[in-house]
Write a protein that binds this ligand. Structure first.
Ligand code: ZN
Length: 260
């Protein structure tokens, strides 16, 4: 088995180097959906990532209310889905597809921890099958122009998870993907996935079998209850190699590895 974290169903690795400890937010999202038994909703993800306009038929709303640029030249039977963020897209899609809903389950824009980026997980429920089309706009600006349709995506009804990562400044939002889930996923279900919150990093020495924990992004490692050891700070660690460091315990020549 490779020690590199290339398997999306693998427990996320803790990257430990001279700069500090970090956990890839995308790896924790992959870990979570694997633990939940979710299936990648590739069609929905591809539709969202298509560079053309993304439309859904059957809208009765005015094009002027949408979030993406529009000249209003689209036929009245189409609605341009808002992809300024996956959450906006999910809300727009749910709205247009009717008998549907969207809800933010997990949002840690300002949360501390060991993650390289904050995450947001939303729930999208589609009550009816929908067909999304991708299209390029008309060129003459008249109201009755038909869109130049270049793709069609049939989406099954059901429950979907929408996973995003958000830049530290809160300005860059990136879709990580859509997944189909059998039923609505709750905050508690995500919180119960061991390691998903990435709030605690454990340090274990395989030689002296001492172990420590650090919390909420802190570099201070305190001995786990009952472990005869002193606390230490990651910034004082030496011998960084392959995401391990020298064991800080006196007279131990072992290596400390990190897990969430
Ligand atoms: Zn040790």
């Amino acid at each position: 088995m490779s020690t590199e974290n290339t398997d999306p169903t693998a427990r996320p690795e803790v990257h430990a180097d001279a700069h500090g400890l970090s956990v890839a937010a995308t790896a924790t999202l992959d870990w979570a959906v694997a633990q939940l038994g979710a299936d990648p909703a590739d069609t929905l993800t591809e539709a969202w990532e298509d560079p053309a306009y993304l439309l859904i038929a059957g809208s009765a709303r005015a094009p002027s209310a949408i979030g993406l640029p529009s000249t209003g030249a689209w036929p009245s039977g189409y609605w341009i889905l808002d992809r300024t963020s996956p959450a906006a897209f999910a809300a727009d899609l749910a709205d247009q597809a009717r008998a549907s809903g969207t809800e933010t389950i997990w949002d840690e824009v300002s949360g501390p921890g060991f993650l390289d980026d904050p995450r947001r997980v939303s729930h999208l429920e589609l009550g009816v099958p929908i067909e999304l089309v991708t299209a390029f706009g008309s060129t003459d600006g008249t109201d009755d122009d038909e869109p130049d349709i270049v793709g069609r995506y049939r989406i099954r009804p059901g429950h979907y998870l929408v996973a995003e990562t958000i830049g530290r400044a809160g300005t860059r939002v990136a879709l990580h993907g859509f997944w189909a889930v059998p039923t609505e996923v709750t905050l508690e279900a995500l919180a119960d996935i061991e390691g998903f919150d990435a709030w605690t990093v454990e340090a274990d020495c395989s030689t002296c079998h001492r172990s420590w924990s650090a919390f909420y992004g802190s570099d201070r490692f305190v001995p786990q209850p009952g472990v005869p050891a002193l606390e230490w700070h990651y910034r004082d660690a030496t011998g960084h190699e392959d995401n391990t460091v020298d064991c800080p315990a006196i007279r131990c020549s072992g290596r400390v590895a990190f897990t969430i």
